[in-house]
Design a protein around this ligand. Sequence first.
Ligand SMILES: [Zn+2]
Length: 519
Amino acid sequence: MDLPWKPIYTQSTGEFNWAGGISAAKDSTDDGSFSPLAYWSLAGTIAFTILVYVVEGYLDGRQKNSYEITEFPKELGKTVAKIDAQRKEPSTKSESSKDDKTKEGNNDSDDGGDKSSIDKDRPLLEQLQEKFKSSQAYGMDKINFGMIAGTYETFESIIFLLLGFSPYLWDQSVRLGGTYLGIKDDEEIKITLVFLLVQAIIDTIKSLPFELYRTFNIEKKHGFNKQTYGLFFSDKLKSFGLSCIIGGPFIALMLKIIKMGGENFHIYLWAFTFCFSVFMMTIVPVVIMPLFNTYEPLKDGSLKTRIYELAGKLNYPLKNLFLMDGSKRSSHSNAFMFGFGSNKRIVLFDTLMEQVSQNEILAILGHELGHWKLGHTLTNFAVTQVYFGVAFYFFSQCYASKDLYAAFGFDSSTSDVPTIIALLLFFQTLWAPVDKILSFVLTVFSRHCEFEADKFSVDLDMSQELQSGLCKIHLENLGAMCPDSLYSMYHYSHPPLVERLSAMMALDQRSALKMKKGN
Ligand SMILES: [Zn+2]
């Protein structure tokens, strides 16, 4: 049995066989036949790539239609009008009166000035309606760009598969390593590092035009980009250097483990990646993130005191509270937390501080702390680890099936296929469908967690503040106001704004009813 599909370049011929096209199969396993898996793997991989392209393209098309809507979404209008009404009502809650005081007084004492375009006292609905057009235009530009980039990537990956780009690049790496670095043909790990370096350089160059366009055209046009070309390229260089310093030894060790681990190598491999994830989680915030941004401890003041109070109330072992200069790159805003055990930190973007009030920051942190208290962070970590465990197990089952690699142009009849190639091919082909399904499940789970974290903040009596805070962040980030239902179901890690607001309002109503009954 001969392979129906074969790349144009194969290692066994060592050249691009244009005349033979993609059906010139020459090498095979010892008995001259291929397993059905290998027989269909190249065609199957291409078919799956096209399937994903078509499905995602359909969803993109739907989302594009939603960006063409010119009428402000009614449902969102109704919901936000309710928030505005709540904001006007003189509240009887003690928390709110505290907020009023900071508003009337020198509310900018730790706010770092108000450079945001949001008017804190104007109705949110009015402001959302005003920004609706810009938000639609921003979304449209992003999706058009995404569709073009996606089309390019899909065609490129198919063409590269058919050409046999990977086996070609490997052979070139062997030559390069031999000529310039004196690496011998059997020094697989060293050749692998050369191969990955060349691949990384090619990838960086290929993606550069897209990234430049996105940052300096789309983001700039809509007023988000604050980066200079200098900062952009220094960021690139830094991340490239870091990938070499950290990625190089990681890959080398991983290959050693696979080679020396014997039959149960997947268990050692899994243990190793587990330790590596923990290591990365430790050094990323402490060593790597400061290379890109400045972290200053938050100045003493009412905000700091109140954040520590909130953390204390929830038994969150808050060690440090930082303000990050996110505005250096973009005016998109955020807040996040990190750290192990009793050494936790919270980071606020300076942009967030400019966009929302103190009470809203606390409500947003209430949501973030909810993720921690409800174990979402830990669950995500555990799921990722299980994912790798399962993936490595299946990889260990396919590792030895040599004819699979022949289908992609690698010559496995004379020597073993390089381990990194086996690993990359596994994740690119057999594992790709599993990966797609799993990432969809994780996206659904993530949205579920967002609702739970919102509820957590609501239960801390910060519902109104979280609602208005979310609206403001949405406004500032020009988030989609009427996303397509299927598109958001597939892509969104956070539920659409209107769903989150409605869910919180439903919770408010329920607790109001309970209060009435109680009285
Ligand atoms: Zn969240």
